[in-house]
Design a protein around this ligand. Sequence first.
Ligand SMILES: *[C@@H]1O[C@H](CO)[C@@H](O)[C@H](O)[C@H]1NC(C)=O
Ligand SMILES: *[C@@H]1O[C@H](CO)[C@@H](O)[C@H](O)[C@H]1NC(C)=O
Ligand SMILES: *[C@@H]1O[C@H](CO)[C@@H](O)[C@H](O)[C@H]1NC(C)=O
Ligand SMILES: *[C@@H]1O[C@H](CO)[C@@H](O)[C@H](O)[C@H]1NC(C)=O
Ligand SMILES: *[C@@H]1O[C@H](CO)[C@@H](O)[C@H](O)[C@H]1NC(C)=O
Ligand SMILES: *[C@@H]1O[C@H](CO)[C@@H](O)[C@H](O)[C@H]1NC(C)=O
Ligand SMILES: *[C@@H]1O[C@H](CO)[C@@H](O)[C@H](O)[C@H]1NC(C)=O
Ligand SMILES: *[C@@H]1O[C@H](CO)[C@@H](O)[C@H](O)[C@H]1NC(C)=O
Ligand SMILES: *[C@@H]1O[C@H](CO)[C@@H](O)[C@H](O)[C@H]1NC(C)=O
Length: 878
Amino acid sequence: MTTTTTTATVFLLLTIIATTNSATIYTGSITPNYTTTHFLLIDNSGDFLRSTNRNYTAAILNPQPESPSFYLLVYHSASHVVVWAANRNNPISNSGRVHVSFTGITINDDSGEQIWSTPEFNSTVASLQLLDTGNLILMDPFNNTLWQSFDHPMDTIVPGQKLPVGKTLTAVKSLADFSNGDYAFTVTSNDGMLQWKTLTYYRLLMDPKSVKNSNRPVDYMTVNGSGFYLGSESDVAIKVMIATADSDYKILKVTNDGHLVVMRYNNDWETDFSTPTDDCRPTFRCSKLGLCSGNGCSCPPGFRTDPVTKSGCVLLDTSLTLPAESCNENEHEMNRKTNSSEDFVYVHLGTGMKYFPIEFTDPVESGISLSKCEAACSSNCSCLGLFYGNYSGSCHLIQNSLGSIVLSSNNKTDDKQGLIKTIRLSTSSTSQNHNTSGSHSGFPIIGIILLPMITGVLIILIFAMWMIRRKNMNKAKRKYTKSSDNSDDLELFSIAGLPVRFDHEELVEATMNFSTPIGSGGFGTVYKGVLRDKTVVAVKKITALGAQGKKEFGTEIAIIGNIHHVNLVKLKGFCAHARERFLVYEYMNRGSLDRTLFRPGPLMEWQERYEIALGTARGLAYLHSGCEHKIIHCDVKPENILLSDNMQVKISDFGLSKLLSPEQSGLFTTMRGTRGYLAPEWLTNTAISDKTDVYSYGMVLLELIQGRKNCVQVPSHDSGNPSTSTEGQSSVSSGSQNRTPRARALYFPLQALEMHEAGRYLDLVEPRLASRVTNDEAQKLVKVALCCLHEDPSLRPTMANVVSMLEGTLPVGEPRVESLNFLRFYGRRFTEPSTVVTGAEIEVPSGFMLAAVVDSSSPSASPNSFSYMTSQVLSGPR
Ligand SMILES: *[C@@H]1O[C@H](CO)[C@@H](O)[C@H](O)[C@H]1NC(C)=O
Ligand SMILES: *[C@@H]1O[C@H](CO)[C@@H](O)[C@H](O)[C@H]1NC(C)=O
Ligand SMILES: *[C@@H]1O[C@H](CO)[C@@H](O)[C@H](O)[C@H]1NC(C)=O
Ligand SMILES: *[C@@H]1O[C@H](CO)[C@@H](O)[C@H](O)[C@H]1NC(C)=O
Ligand SMILES: *[C@@H]1O[C@H](CO)[C@@H](O)[C@H](O)[C@H]1NC(C)=O
Ligand SMILES: *[C@@H]1O[C@H](CO)[C@@H](O)[C@H](O)[C@H]1NC(C)=O
Ligand SMILES: *[C@@H]1O[C@H](CO)[C@@H](O)[C@H](O)[C@H]1NC(C)=O
Ligand SMILES: *[C@@H]1O[C@H](CO)[C@@H](O)[C@H](O)[C@H]1NC(C)=O
Ligand SMILES: *[C@@H]1O[C@H](CO)[C@@H](O)[C@H](O)[C@H]1NC(C)=O
């Protein structure tokens, strides 16, 4: 692509958005009934209210341009540093609504659910004001403050703001996620303290820079040009003076790495003060059990870097394991009853190790022996380790969570020794227990005979369990070391619930040596076959079998074999022969939908299309929520929708994508699927979810309606026949002024959007069907399809809702044009003369990102590259 076309494209998009939105930025105050969204404010980059002195701005914004999370926030206008956010733990999308009413402020997400609000007042709200101090307040008609953001601080205080005793500044989780992180600063009546998950690791008074002025109790903390102060109106109890120009604007905040900082703004931010100065002090500096020293992070002796998370440490000794951080009272109680608590092993952390949080807690007991201290830890479920002072006999327990350890620089005599509680994986030790417990009891004669037999049986059982455990451990290991090929056959076929295993010869015979290919997909070719019992089958020969392929194969057969739904192709069995893998599926005699739909042949009736749409939706809905594991298809397209004579519709190739547990479902990022059916989130950093399938389904639905592919080349009729050109085509074909007659590309989804706006649904239906379909029938399918195409995944209906809409039990949703405008852009991309793609399918390689760099000479120049798919980008970095 050339720079000029790109620039033109960006301009087009800017123009579209500029002409659809315009909003005012208020100064000082807003009076209720005011509603807005980020999208409506896109022209103002999300801003809607400024303080009278313009120093602060209230806006609906995402912290980073790519982020889908938007917050109602107040920022420092000159530097864009966010000083407050309302819905920090409940972000909304760019179409989430902020509403200022006579009863307060409410924030609603896309579904209309209220996710944040001010409390109820017993007076009406007369205005929302942003004061010159940055305080966002609600006023009643008599100028009384009903509510103010200063009372609900986030991680920052600004000059003029008071942080009252007992209130906490909680750090953000990350710069892109404002939700509560693990570090916080709290003001107490005589000090201020930094905490990690409620464990104190720093007190203000121990800082050499702090000065204690008086013993009067503290009411609040403030910051101003000269430093920060804890005290009251009449008295400063503790002050931390910062020697820079008094007049500078300073703010105080807790950073997400556990520091309390004061920053000064004078055209740029500078950090004036940062504490603790010992970087190892913030308790999670080196993650769980990491060893922090001046040189960075390592692991204490006996531990190694956690191979999974690559941060924090795990035990070297694989026969031991750390207890879970969230303790399970019941399990613990049960272990205690069966005396297996004796299986706790305390691992020494080597000499000279410190753990800062214990400096701020009293020992649970003093003057006791180490073994008593260990017993105290063993008997407490939430205890994860201990520090024991050898000389004083003091016993400190580490509760609930483990942070990082520090190598002490000075080895005083009362340095405490650290011990970490671990659990011995009950293997050989239990067999010993059984041995010994038997040997010292005086059994009657019959016992003497039976005992060796019982013991023998037990030993065999334990040995068998040990073998299984070892195998599991090997399996786990193999996740990290790429599997050697031949060893895991046994393992593969020990998976529970496998379907029938076929002999290779049987399949050769059935398919007449693979002579009748009937299709091919991403994973390999499919052949028709007839088994000995005369059932016709489709045999898929897996060709894409790399190191990764074996795992996928194992997953597929184990999971798919157990999925039964009338709209999902049934897996009859599998075959593993040397390095070859085959899947045997039930046979669908009409083949895939694309063959009936896109190739010349008998007309497919509207009713049949409707049944196919419904069957496909039902199959997908089942995959998404009906079976034990949530399965995202990731490759929904007509080629994977199979038909048979008796109007059966079945989806194939499901489960080929990575299997997702419910927790993982937001994290799937492997790139697969076919361009044209790919949702925008494949091309941006947004998480892949079941809504990604919904998008592809929407694309398939449009193809069902029009009877041809969504992106096609149509022969240009020169200028002789312009009357056939619809709006969809004309706006799509930017190359309409091409001098040479050439094929024109048509992007049907855009046409569908435009016809929807014009209410001309029949124009979208395959012409041969036109007389047999009513506008209402067409409207229903087109609207469902467009809803599925919403750019914002959360605005797309679930597949279950699609089923209900098609069945008529749920009203058909109204497509939201603002979440479909990206189609205009897609349309251009598909039809750009220089980038016209013939045959609408391109396999998109992993990590491929379509990005256009804005011409730096353009007046709207931004230094950033645009991934042009999302409107979010235009909210831009500030
Ligand atoms: C607020 O505005 C909306 C639409 O602008 C209107 O429907 C609603 O009745 C108004 N509410 C009040 C209390 O005026
Ligand atoms: C507002 O900003 C200006 C310029 O940065 C500064 O001089 C002034 O003191 C600020 N006012 C307040 C109330 O912070
Ligand atoms: C309502 O307002 C009155 C007067 O401001 C106040 O005394 C009373 O406590 C308030 N009631 C509630 C429930 O907030
Ligand atoms: C509230 O304050 C504004 C601005 O200071 C003033 O104009 C108005 O008269 C005040 N209203 C009442 C009821 O005091
Ligand atoms: C900041 O506050 C302290 C205590 O109230 C005061 O002594 C000092 O003068 C103030 N500094 C500025 C620059 O306002
Ligand atoms: C647990 O062990 C203690 C001593 O080791 C013993 O006294 C007690 O009876 C045992 N309890 C059970 C339930 O085995
Ligand atoms: C375990 O320790 C915690 C924290 O010290 C304490 O609150 C809890 O009561 C203890 N539990 C038992 C069973 O001793
Ligand atoms: C603990 O102190 C005793 C004397 O009180 C001493 O004999 C022993 O070696 C010390 N152990 C350790 C690990 O420092
Ligand atoms: C204490 O420090 C000295 C010198 O710094 C060192 O030789 C010695 O090994 C240390 N002792 C321990 C127990 O770490």
